[in-house]
Design a protein around this ligand. Sequence first.
Ligand code: A2P
Length: 282
Amino acid sequence: MTEQRPVTNATAVKVPTLPDAQTVTSVQHWTDRLFSFRVTRPASLRFRSGEFVMIGLMGDPDPATGRQKPLLRAYSIASPSWDDELEFYSIKVQDGPLTSKLQHIEPGDEIILRPKPVGTLVHDALLPGKRLWFFATGTGFAPFASLLRDPQTYEDYDQVIVTHTCRDVAELNYGRTLIENLHEDEIMQELLGAENLAKLTYYPTTTREESPKKGRITTLLENGTVFRDLGLDGISPETDRAMVCGSLGLNTDLKAILEGYGLKEGANSDPQHYVVEKAFVG
Ligand code: A2P
């Protein structure tokens, strides 16, 4: 006899009702300010690791007309291009138009996702080099969460250094867990290879709580601490390539520092030594 299983809410497949709707498959809250979530991936969506898309929810009805408009923000795709689902890493802004609502999503809910990926934090925007730096603050880690799971990141370079500066230790957890997973997860080991993963150096710093490395990454570069800690001579346009993603302040300050080392900013149409993208907040 065939066992008849009742269709519950948990197992029922929801029919998308929003334009460009995707279904939330999991949500993880990291702190009261940070969460990550995964959604279904449109079958036709192709993207390069490091790119972003517009995602969001329907806004509140207009009091006059009752009509609702989509409320969309740019979000870096945090999952690698080979993943079946899409992952995003977000801040929760309590009075933010989008994230005040988005932080309450649960598996089974729908979000809007415009399937047009773009962005400059892509391998194609950099000239070949020996050492690749990822400089992130806060949720600026998201595009690197994608690139760190992409084999090309390791195949193209001898060394990959990821720095992540957050206010406190708890805010580092998403990135720390992801990097630990690269080394521990059998699938990641097989996909990326132990030899490639040995190229990876993780350099987390905090600014408002004691931790093994305290200070803004900009300060630690300028006073030479990073180079002393990692046994490097410095950063040079001959060997080093960099991707930067954080607040406007971080991006501006780091651009000046990298230019000071002689690096030039690149773009998809003009590959150079470094690229910058704003970590989007909403
Ligand atoms: P700080 O605590 O000194 O402001 P946020 O959570 O506000 O997005 O910040 C994330 C991290 O980025 C914090 O540790 C913050 O340090 C750091 N940060 C902010 N602005 C800059 C900047 N201009 N250069 C380097 N780090 C920065």
